[in-house]
Design a protein around this ligand. Structure first.
Ligand code: PMP
Length: 295
């Protein structure tokens, strides 16, 4: 355990120069049984997959990482927080090849309420289609969550924010929808819910997976399909999902109103079920919660 202000690295750290790291974004939620980490196993499994895609050998087991995360939450006394495990190449050499750099593993945690605009989860957000396309999965493994690849997301979201939007939507190299800078996308037409998959260079989100399950359990049909920009513009409802963004409706795309111009009824229902699951108020999804101090 290191106090926030002392958790420093040297300016020669390889990852600082080249983005040579893999990481996770996880949330712990407040429940009646104390803080609970949402889908911790899935996040740590993806961390291992991301590391393997970059030939990194994480020197800790999933059990050790699980215990470290729980201890971090306990020691900070958090009821709810965001958790960021990061495995990165530290100082050793600034050759692009990281072989001579030690691999460091750190875990940060801090309270992080709203990620996208305040009130966005209720009112919906305004997005723009990015002039930057999502990198193609043969350029870098898009299913890995690696630090350097976020330069692509940074270009897109920073451009969007500078132009007055809340978030960017990136198209893939075929001009189909890919995803937001840090969220997957869902569209609804006539009650049918659709989302895309790894063929469109997306990160396979843990929230995406949870939302597919929740939507089907609520009785909706969910199709995994190629999505076009016209599908977004003509959608009755659209929403973005991710650990940080949770479930956030899209109310406008480049000035075009989506559906009723706010949160649609299906998005509202899915949001409600999602937050029941994260807050420990749904027996059906209780297995998605890792209670920090099981009683
Ligand atoms: N796509 C990208 C590019 C992301 O950064 C994230 C956030 N991790 C997501 C999708 C959503 O993934 P998850 O639901 O696992 O947080």
């Amino acid at each position: 355990m290191i106090p926030w202000e002392n958790a420093n690295v040297h300016v020669s750290a390889h990852a600082l120069h080249y983005g040579s790291g893999v990481f996770e974004g996880i949330r712990a939620y407040e429940t009646e049984r104390g803080p609970a980490v949402f889908r911790l196993d899935s996040h740590l499994a993806r961390l291992q997959t991301s590391a393997a895609a970059h030939a990194m050998d994480i020197p800790y087991s999933t059990e050790e990482l699980t215990e470290a995360i729980c201890q971090l939450i306990r020691d900070n006394g958090f009821t709810a927080c965001y958790i960021r495990p990061l495995c990165f190449y530290c100082s050793g050499s600034l050759n692009v090849d990281p072989s001579r750099c030690p691999l460091e593993v750190t875990i940060l945690a801090w309270p992080w309420a709203s990620y996208l605009s305040a009130g966005g989860k209720e009112a919906g957000i305004r997005v723009t289609v990015s002039p930057w396309i999502k990198f193609q999965s043969k350029m870098m493994p898009s299913t890995a969550k690696a630090s350097g690849q976020y330069i692509n997301s940074i270009l897109a979201v920073h451009d969007a924010v500078l132009r007055g939007y809340d978030e960017a939507i990136l198209l893939d190299n075929h001009g189909n929808l890919a995803e937001g800078s840090a969220e997957n996308i869902f569209l609804i037409h006539d009650g049918l819910i659709r989302t895309n998959d790894l063929r469109h260079s997306i990160l396979l989100g843990v929230t995406r997976d949870s939302i597919i399950t929740i939507a089907r359990d609520l009785g909706y049909s969910v199709e995994v399909a190629e999505l076009h920009l016209e599908d977004l513009l003509s959608a009755d409802e659209a929403f973005l999902v991710g650990t940080a963004a949770e479930v956030t409706p899209v109310r406008e795309v480049d000035g075009v109103k989506i559906g009723n111009g706010g949160r649609g009824p299906i998005a509202a229902k899915i949001q409600e079920t999602f937050f029941a699951a994260t807050s420990g108020n749904s027996a059906r999804y209780d297995h998605w919660l890792h209670y920090v101090d099981p009683k």
